[in-house]
Design a protein around this ligand. Structure first.
Ligand code: SAH
Length: 216
């Protein structure tokens, strides 16, 4: 299988065609070898237009959703970014091609180990994979220019908003566990002022952790 050709076609047909225009996002989506992030059994489906099953019963996000979230969060060169729910590490790798520093937290040890090994193998030295509960963020390196949650919650945890730099943006799916959720963007416009917008309907696995899902 010609992965490079499949990747180029993915960028044009799934990403550019749907209106993603940020040149940094398009370059990163064209560079990161998604085939290095999927389990062997899914290799032939690597560049399909959808999520795929990965280890520990989790999923690697659809390429378009990764591109949309990174663009929506305004991730730019020089940024420090937090991702909650590293999973395969694919979105963290995309973030790492654009930002200066990425911390990506994953609650499944098996996934965190696989993702960390991929970062080493691919040479993404600015991406740190942390094993643990990311629902309380990563106060050690806050504030962040952007925070992406790749798992859904009933609400945006305040503890995450507190870790955003003024002017920074958080993107997270909000809604019920087995329902269509709403991808929202929260911008910290001032120390105590946040603006929330709804971007599009999505479906993610739930954020499980101390500050995560609390029901309705
Ligand atoms: N960004 C990933 C998609 C991950 S799917 C990719 O590009 O492939 C969401 C991930 O969030 C799952 O792996 C799940 O284990 C993880 N997750 C759920 N709750 C979490 C929490 N509280 N802290 C860290 N990871 C969590």
């Amino acid at each position: 299988m010609d992965f490079a050709a499949a990747r180029a076609a993915m960028v044009e047909r799934q990403i550019v065609a749907r209106g993603i225009a940020d040149p940094h996002v398009l370059a990163a989506m064209g560079e990161v070898a998604r085939e290095a992030f999927v389990p062997p059994a899914q290799l032939a489906r690597t560049y399909e237009d959808g999520p795929l099953p990965i280890e520990a019963g989790q999923t690697i996000s659809q390429p378009y959703i990764v591109a949309l979230m990174v663009e929506a969060a305004g991730v730019a060169p020089g940024a420090t970014v937090l991702e909650i729910g590293a999973g395969s590490g694919y979105a963290a790798a995309i973030l790492g091609r654009i930002a200066s520093r990425v911390v990506a937290i994953e609650r499944h040890a098996e996934l965190a180990e696989l993702a960390a090994a991929r970062m080493r193998r691919l040479g993404y030295g600015n991406v740190e994979i942390v094993h643990g509960d990311g629902s309380a963020g990563w106060p050690d390196e806050a504030p962040f220019d952007a925070i992406l949650a790749a798992a859904s919650g009933s609400h945006v945890p305040q503890v995450l908003l507190d870790q955003l730099r003024v002017g920074g943006q958080l993107v997270m799916p909000i809604g019920g566990t087995h329902e269509i959720q709403d991808l929202v963007r929260v911008t910290r416009v001032d120390t105590d002022a946040f603006e929330r917008e709804s971007l599009c309907p999505v479906r993610f696995v739930p954020l499980i952790g101390a500050a995560g899902w609390t029901g309705k």
